[in-house]
Design a protein around this ligand. Sequence first.
Ligand code: PRT
Ligand code: ZN
Length: 283
Amino acid sequence: MLTIAIQNKGRLNEDTVALMKDAGISASASHRKLISDAKGFPLHVLYLRDDDIPQAVAMGVADIGVVGLNEVLEKEKDVDIRMNLGFGACRLSLAVPKGVDYPGLEWFEGKRVATSYPVILRKFFDGKGINVDVHEIAGSVEVAPAVGMADAIFDIVSSGGTLIQNGLREEDIVTRSEAVLISTPGLSEEKERELAKLMFRFESILESRGMKYVLFNLPKEKVDEAVAVLPGMKSPTVLPLADPEWVSLHVVIHEDILWDKIEQLKNIGAADILVLALENLIK
Ligand code: PRT
Ligand code: ZN
């Protein structure tokens, strides 16, 4: 049976538990537990701080784990990245006090930069041949320049609100991150088989997120025109109706382009358009 390590509380906990739930796996969200058994899939769930997940997976204490790519890059543990999970998106950026005249990365030469991600930061500046004084601090990195502890910071940014509140300006994105599924290198064949089943469920969920199931009626002679405006996918399902001049079409459309496509379909002559939530798309 596989053991999965997930964050015990914090930003990734809820989305991880929700992804598992959508995949038919119910795990307790409680961070008071250290380990529990999931229902709906043979899985032990280990609740850890995100910082400890790469090591737990590298050691085989957990076979797989869900953690931010930023932690995987920072901890440099021997784990395999198996898939991106589409949540927890953020960037790791360099930010400077807003009054600073910033000509480019060379500004950082000889500067002191506060961060909780010293490994990623050092690698970045080593690669650029720029000398910086990396100052590691555990939390509240964004206050370091204001209190005179650093000239600039390197930290996680998502909306950018925290930087603005602290009088900082984002200058360079060093890397982007999102939650990833990692595994212990060299899992047994049996565990790999189990993991393939789990990843198949996750992939189906991720593919169906944001998708809508759209049904509409159309004069039969307009089918080719409708197919031409629909997004690049296999031909839509075309079903006959009682009226031989009309057909019913069923397609899956991403919500980002849904209203665009609906307008185009209406112009062609589509009627009785029904948009339904799509729970799962299994290929
Ligand atoms: O207790 P534990 O160690 O498990 O948790 P933690 O405090 O280390 O991590 P947590 O729960 O804050 O974040 C877990 C993971 O979420 C991170 O490792 C990232 O992969 C991801 N993530 C996504 C973020 C953010 N977005 C984010 N915005 N992690 C942190 N932040 C911080 C950021 O540092 C800033 O200070 O949130 C603040 C607000 O950001 P803005 O830009 O939206 O204002
Ligand atoms: Zn952490």
